[in-house]
Design a protein around this ligand. Structure first.
Ligand code: FAD
Length: 369
């Protein structure tokens, strides 16, 4: 008889865990009243550990790069199994609009170079040739040739159908108490709600708003790469989709609020237009907001917290990127082993901070069933 695992939460993390666990011989059940309704549905879909890198954040870079390495095989397998088209662009470009941004790009390029990642700095002329729709004010760009992007919604659909094909069961219920779940093992992958299920997990919601734009006939085509920048000190990105672009994203710490605000939409449009003047001609067909499950150190929280419970949360801005690595780390934890590449993400790294005493207290608690 297979061992049973209950996965709480059907975002990309819970769905990927359930799919991979089922393929490793577990009888997996996903509990979620609305599969794919959380941050996973809202996200931009960038896989950008290098472009998002910053000196000093070596663990974040290493964990992200380890997951990016897994993406080609993981995504291709999912595409073959489900018929979904996941990959929407093959590379990303972080661009500078002023001298301070250009200096930051050079700093990041140098830091990455020292860690074995050689990224190209492009001049104005090279940028113009590569992405003619960008504004002439763009003065320097850092090209990450292997940082692709995926369609997050195709990913949600694909993971669900691959899971179903592998035998994963779905139960449309909200879980209030993990102890009551009828399974040998439990995985908590409920995004920002994970702290309600395992009190003390240091995860907080960070709201993000995004726009979805459709290309219209006769209008300049969208960039073929993901474009990232900072405009007036606000981060903004354009992520290609088959029919246009996703523009993101605002960042606010405002609890569980997911209202899309006028100011959020205004800033995103203004900043995106600074990067790509023709964007005003696109159709704005959707605005959305979601809650990023942020951890204190920008690393996910992956691993065992009791003999029966494993957590997979805290993915913050990078949950789509970190999906393959998280699934591998959780399947390893279920079978009692550790994934070395995910070592920096262990839940017990917080044991010395007071906010996280409860995590450790729970981890040391007697087995509860
Ligand atoms: C605006 C925005 C842009 C982003 N862009 C990117 C990006 O470009 N690249 C990237 O890598 N990441 C991005 N992210 C981050 C990424 O979306 C998240 O890190 C990731 O989706 C988290 O996945 P999750 O499965 O942990 O959580 P979620 O997708 O939030 O899923 C949690 C699920 O748990 C369920 N649930 C909650 N409580 C319970 C309960 N008690 N019982 C049962 N089910 C429950 C919910 O219904 C939900 O379906 C972005 C996020 C936002 C908000």
């Amino acid at each position: 008889m297979s061992r049973t695992v209950a996965v709480v939460g059907g975002g990309v993390i819970g769905l990927a865990v359930a799919w991979r666990a089922a393929r490793s011989g577990w009888a997996a059940t996903v509990y979620d009243p609305r599969v794919g309704s959380g941050a996973s549905w809202v996200a931009g879909g960038m896989l950008a550990p290098l472009s998002e890198g910053w000196p000093g954040e070596d663990d974040v870079l290493a964990v992200g790069a380890a997951s990016l390495d897994r993406w080609p095989e993981f995504g291709t397998e999912l595409e073959r199994a489900t018929g979904e088209t996941l990959f929407t662009s093959q590379s990303s470009m972080t661009v500078a609009l002023d001298a301070a941004d250009a200096s930051d790009l050079r700093t990041v390029a140098e830091w990455l170079d020292g860690r074995g990642y050689r990224l190209d700095l492009l001049t104005r002329a090279q940028i113009r040739e590569a992405e003619p729709s960008l504004a002439p004010t763009v003065r320097l760009a850092l090209l990450a040739a292997a940082e692709f992007a995926v369609d997050n919604r195709a990913l949600v659909r694909g993971l669900r159908s691959a899971g179903e094909a592998a035998g994963v069961r779905f139960v449309a219920e909200t879980v209030a108490d993990v102890e009551a779940l009828p399974a040998d093992q439990v995985v908590i992958a409920a995004g920002t709600a994970s702290t309600r299920l395992w009190p003390g997990l240091p995860v907080r919601p960070v709201k993000g708003e995004v726009l979805r734009l459709r290309h219209r006939p006769g209008v300049a085509p969208a960039p073929t790469r993901t474009i990232r920048a900072s405009v007036h000190g606000r981060p903004v990105y354009l992520v290609p989709r088959g029919d246009g672009l996703v523009v993101g994203a605002t960042q606010h710490e405002s609890g569980d609020d997911t209202a899309v605000t006028v100011a959020g939409v205004r800033d995103l449009i203004t900043d995106a237009q600074t990067l790509m003047p023709s964007i005003g001609e696109y159709e704005l067909y959707e605005t959305a907001a979601g809650l990023r499950p942020m951890s204190p150190d920008n690393l996910p929280i992956l691993g065992r917290v009791s003999e029966r419970v494993v957590v997979a949360t805290g993915h913050g801005r990078n949950g789509i990127l970190l999906t393959p690595l998280s699934a591998d780390a959780v399947v390893a934890a279920l079978s009692g082993t550790d994934l070395p590449e995910a070592a920096a993400s262990r839940p017990d790294r917080f044991r010395h901070t007071s906010a996280d005493a409860a995590v450790h207290a729970n981890a040391d608690a007697p087995v509860r069933k």
